[in-house]
Design a protein around this ligand. Structure first.
Ligand code: KG4
Ligand code: ZN
Length: 472
């Protein structure tokens, strides 16, 4: 029943035959907790389907089954408690979430001061900042939830995409916690987590659905067929929209302490969005890909031509200069979002052809906390009688809840690794995936304008999961 998928990358070296709760078996949550004490505890399988954990838990598969009376998925969900850790970019975040979606605690330590000082994320400094706070962030998360490590069911951690140096801090910590408390560990794809957190807040959201994921490093349009199964309809050929917001904020001399996006959004409210004529990127390309590098250049030129000095903070600018900056902010935001609107319309049409049953467009990632983005995309989906699903702003920007929740979704279907040793050797090679596609590209949507990046890219999450399923 259990196939050991040793030929696959270790991310999903195991797709444990862990039935979905709906299929579940006589299995009280004690069985889950017994993962922690599997060495001492040997439970005798009863006359029901068995729950298997990977053979690497022990020399032979360990069977857990503790009760004859079937239990509902509800009690399974209520008893499952997962710690999620996120360090892929500039926020050190952790959260504890219950299988039923209840958020028990969450903590985010932001590196906004570093961002403000350097105008972008400097990997080495970001790594140092994560290392300084990670222990405290995880401890605070446990304390706020009123739990100790012993009471957790599993630890989920982002392994990519993101900055290697930063990812390593989170993965090391997750392995230490999981090793100390003998907990299974779940590897999480950062962009899948941005998409799936929408299922925590919108319980009606079923697969398949369309998702637009917009952050500082990514601009993705994906069709979510199932957990771990995505078709990439579009991606950015250069910069992501969040990067364009951040640079616009920097060049306009805005306060970046809450990151650039919110500062541009706020100033844009004072400006005339029609006053500066920026052109919409990639209009001639009838696909779903994005480009924000050209718009960034247009903004830079507009700022230079108006002699705006970014060294003069907005608060010290004359009222005329303030209004000039506001016009640029508003005009930039309008065109940046028009580009999203145009691509989303096409993506909805493609998605309805591939999966006619889709009913929702999920918009998530840091930029999805922008109210103007939400309002404009709401108009787009209405044309197709779809529903817009946006997580609340604090779950759109990077957070530990999305990681814990994605961990829960994967754990339920048996996608996790066994507890690591209490201490990894010094030369341990962590499985980090700084450049890791979420889905396979939609062949009909491939753009000729795609700029082929030469750096090594891992196989997509979707291809790993599909290959694992086929081997089972
Ligand atoms: O998802 P996220 O927290 O981190 C990454 O994975 O990159 O996204 C961060 C990005 C930043 O570029 C930030 O400026 C942008 O999201 N952002 C916003 C807003 N809030 C955050 N952009 C526009 N409007 C906002 N209100
Ligand atoms: Zn993100």
């Amino acid at each position: 029943m259990v196939s050991s998928l040793l030929t696959l990358p270790s991310t999903f070296s195991r797709l444990n035959s862990f039935p979905k709760p709906s299929l579940l078996i006589p299995f009280t949550f004690k069985a889950l907790n017994s993962l922690k004490s599997h060495k001492q505890q040997r439970l005798i399988p009863l006359n029901h389907p068995l729950l298997y954990f990977p053979s690497s838990f022990n020399s032979s598969p360990t069977h857990f089954s503790t009760s004859r009376s079937p239990i509902s998925s509800k009690s399974f969900d209520d008893d499952l408690v997962v710690l999620g850790i996120e360090t892929s970019c500039d926020d050190t975040a952790a959260a504890i979430v219950r299988g039923n979606g209840e958020i028990l605690s969450q903590v985010v330590s932001s590196q906004a001061d570093l961002l403000a000082r350097y105008g972008g994320v400097a990997p080495k400094m970001a790594e140092e900042a994560h290392s300084q706070v990670i222990d405290q962030v995880v401890q605070d998360t446990l304390d706020k939830a009123g739990l100790t490590g012993k009471e957790l069911s599993a630890v989920a951690v982002t392994i990519g995409p993101g900055l290697s140096l930063c990812l390593r801090v989170g993965v090391q910590k997750a392995r230490r916690v999981a090793g100390n408390f003998n907990l299974p560990i779940i590897s999480v794809h950062h962009m899948e987590a941005h998409a799936l957190v929408a299922r925590l807040i919108e319980k009606e959201l079923q697969f398949p659905f369309l998702a637009l994921l917009i952050s500082g490093g990514h601009n993705l349009l994906v069709l979510a067929h199932d957990l771990g199964h995505y078709t990439q309809l579009g991606t950015t050929i250069d910069d992501a929209i969040g990067e364009a917001f951040d640079k616009t904020a920097k060049w306009l001399g805005l306060d970046m302490r809450k990151s650039g996006g919110p500062a541009v959004e706020q100033l844009a409210q004072e400006g005339d969005a029609e006053s500066v004529r920026f052109s919409i990127p990639m209009k001639q390309h009838k696909d779903c890909n994005f480009s924000y590098a050209g718009l960034k250049t247009q903004v830079k030129l507009a700022i230079a031509s108006r002699n705006i000095d970014a060294k003069v903070p907005l608060l010290c600018a004359s009222s005329q200069e303030r209004s000039s900056r506001a016009d640029i902010a508003a005009s930039f935001q309008r065109v940046a979002v028009l580009h999203l609107e145009e691509r989303c319309e096409r993506a909805v049409e493609w998605a309805l052809k591939i999966e006619p049953s889709i009913k929702q467009l999920v918009v998530s990632g840091g930029v999805a906390s922008n109210q103007y983005v939400r309002a404009r995309l709401d108009q787009v989906v209405k044309k197709y009688s779809l529903q817009l699903v946006c997580p609340p702003p604090n779950l759109c920007t990077d957070n530990g809840v999305m990681v814990a929740w994605t961990g829960i979704e994967n754990f339920r279907v048996g996608r996790y690794d066994p507890p690591p040793p209490a201490n990894d050797p010094d030369d341990f090679m962590y499985d980090l995936r700084p450049r890791w596609p979420l889905g396979e590209e939609y062949a009909e949507g491939r753009s000729e304008s795609r700029f082929l990046r030469s750096a090594r890219v891992h196989s997509s999450l979707t291809s790993i999961v599909q290959a694992s399923l086929q081997q089972q």
